[in-house]
Design a protein around this ligand. Structure first.
Ligand code: ZN
Length: 237
């Protein structure tokens, strides 16, 4: 995590999932102006993109102070990323751990592209702080989620734009239980309930079953992680 940049505005990589929603709340509690960016690369589940709209609308309704800071949402279509990926997120292949030890949901280098596009958009919007929910704790298999990767990328982007750009990753060393705790600290019960009801993380796009921790199939890796984190947070003293 770094604190380069002007400090007054942030652009949050926002997918409508639990992690990026907590990051959005984190940014809204720190920056005067917060904008969001999302990427459509042919995700199998339109449900993810719908979740973005619901989360933003409910944040505005439940948190007037944050509503005043929450600015434009930007949606970028990246069909090229979907075209070159052969993963469970973009094709109807089964989720499993591939030969390289990475889940087949892994999209090679995805976060490098996301942040590079975000930086270019941020340049046009006058925003030099980029915020993302990447985390080393739960997904150590994703090399583009690592702190060193992202801080080195921030340096490359800063050089490429000839302007300091910071990448903030408030969840980098936080596990899923800690993410629930952070939501509670930032927005109390109202934010925790918003995340349970509206965010989406299930790989299978399942919104038929509502569990204590939210909607999902309950058995895919993303659901298991979310449920385990919830249970650990609930059980914490
Ligand atoms: Zn699931």
């Amino acid at each position: 995590m770094t604190n380069i940049a002007d400090g007054s505005a942030a652009l949050v990589l926002f997918s409508g999932g639990q992690d990026s929603t907590v990051c959005l709340a984190w940014a809204l509690s720190r920056y005067d102006r917060v904008e969001t960016i999302g990427f459509d690369y042919g995700q199998r589940h339109a449900v993810e993109l719908e979740a973005r709209q619901r989360v933003a609308a409910r944040l505005r309704a439940a948190f007037p102070d944050w509503a005043a800071r929450l600015g434009d949402d930007h949606m970028l279509a990246l069909p090229a990323l979907g075209a070159i990926s052969d993963t469970s997120l973009t094709r109807a292949t089964e989720i499993e751990v591939g030969a390289a030890g990475l889940p087949t949901t892994f999209v090679p280098g995805r976060n490098l592209l996301f942040f590079t596009y975000a930086a270019a958009l941020g340049w046009r919007r006058g925003i030099a702080t980029l915020v993302g929910g990447m985390c080393e704790t739960d997904y150590s298999g994703y090399p583009d989620c690592r702190n060193e990767t992202l801080q080195t990328l921030a340096k490359a982007i800063s050089l490429g734009l000839d302007k300091p750009v910071g990448i903030e990753t408030p969840l980098m060393y936080v596990d899923k239980a800690g993410t629930w705790a952070m939501a509670d600290q930032l927005g109390g019960k109202a934010l925790v309930e918003l995340i349970v009801d509206e965010t989406h993380t299930c790989y299978l796009g399942n919104r038929a079953h509502r569990h204590a921790w939210g909607y999902g199939c309950g058995t895919c890796p993303a659901c298991e992680l979310r449920a385990k984190g919830w249970a650990a947070w609930q059980g914490a003293p």
